[in-house]
Design a protein around this ligand. Structure first.
Ligand SMILES: Nc1ncnc2c1ncn2[C@@H]1O[C@H](COP(=O)(O)OP(=O)(O)OP(=O)(O)O)[C@@H](O)[C@H]1O
Ligand SMILES: [Mg+2]
Length: 241
């Protein structure tokens, strides 16, 4: 296998007096979708925030494209081409869709051909371009938050639970958008509780529990093995469809 785009090696993260990540090691190969799965409270969000420099690892290393980024600030990490779509989505409700997009562009302007591509991925953003983002539906807000992350070409996008709380029809449109993004050369690290979506879009997987990685491998292998799913996450495919 070629060099991973991102590698965590024995990462420990403390939040105040709490020892949350307790030696997290896994790799994200370039070009595909890596799923980060695990029960509630396993440490998935903390892992994304540690990669992004929003928490700093107390020991261990985060490497991006062979470079140690463990101690870099969040803006420096973003400048390397890593974007983060937090669970809270981070959009500005009072601003229009367009203004939300402009603010996400580091240059302060948007490339028109890229914008056309984003509109193809997420047609509602074109429809509601001049409307306050607060008026969008939950699924449309999620589309906007992902669109903001890819307003400029990124090498790696970290996405935290994009389908949380969404109706099945909207989950389908988010899935299609993720599949379209996957067709580009953007690498994705995706936290997602919807196991059916995870099985469809994931290439590789890392499963966490209690601040540690308890399994890594091919997503297809995990999707095909119900007893492994139950052992790792206490769930079966049926329970999460
Ligand atoms: N700011 C914080 N202060 C103290 N503890 C925190 C903080 N953020 C997270 N934790 C704790 O760290 C552990 C991991 O939380 P994290 O949010 O990373 O889990 P998660 O896997 O993303 O869970 P979920 O699936 O519910 O989103 C939990 O026990 C949580 O209570
Ligand atoms: Mg979380």
């Amino acid at each position: 296998m070629s060099e991973p785009l991102l590698a965590l090696d024995g990462v420990h993260t403390h939040i105040d007096q709490y020892h949350i990540l307790q030696g997290v090691s896994f790799q994200v190969p370039a070009g595909g979708v890596t799923m980060l799965l695990g029960r509630n409270g396993a440490g998935k969000t903390t892992t994304l925030r540690t990669i992004m420099g929003l928490w700093h690892a107390s020991s261990g290393a985060v490497r991006f494209d062979g470079r140690d980024i463990t101690a870099l600030s969040t803006p420096d990490i973003a400048r390397l081409g890593i974007a983060y779509v937090p669970e809270s989505m981070g959009i500005f409700s009072d601003l229009t869709v367009r203004e939300n997009m402009v603010l996400a562009a580091t240059a302060g302007t948007m490339d028109n051909s890229r914008l056309d591509w984003i509109f193809e991925l997420f047609p509602p953003l074109k429809t509601f371009w001049d409307m306050p983002a607060g008026n969008l539906s939950g699924g449309q807000k999620q589309m906007l938050s992902i669109a903001r992350a890819i307003v400029e070409p990124r090498r790696l996008v970290l996405i935290d639970e994009p389908t949380k709380g969404l109706a099945p029809a909207i989950i389908l449109s988010v899935r299609k958008a993720l599949e379209a993004l996957k067709e580009t050369d953007t690498t994705i690290l995706l936290v997602e509780q919807n196991f059916s979506l995870a099985s469809r879009v994931g290439d590789t997987v890392a499963v966490m529990d209690d601040g540690r990685i308890i399994h890594t491998g091919e997503m297809a292998e995990l999707a095909a093995d119900r007893s492994l799913q139950e052992r790792l996450m206490g769930l079966s495919l049926e329970a999460h469809q």
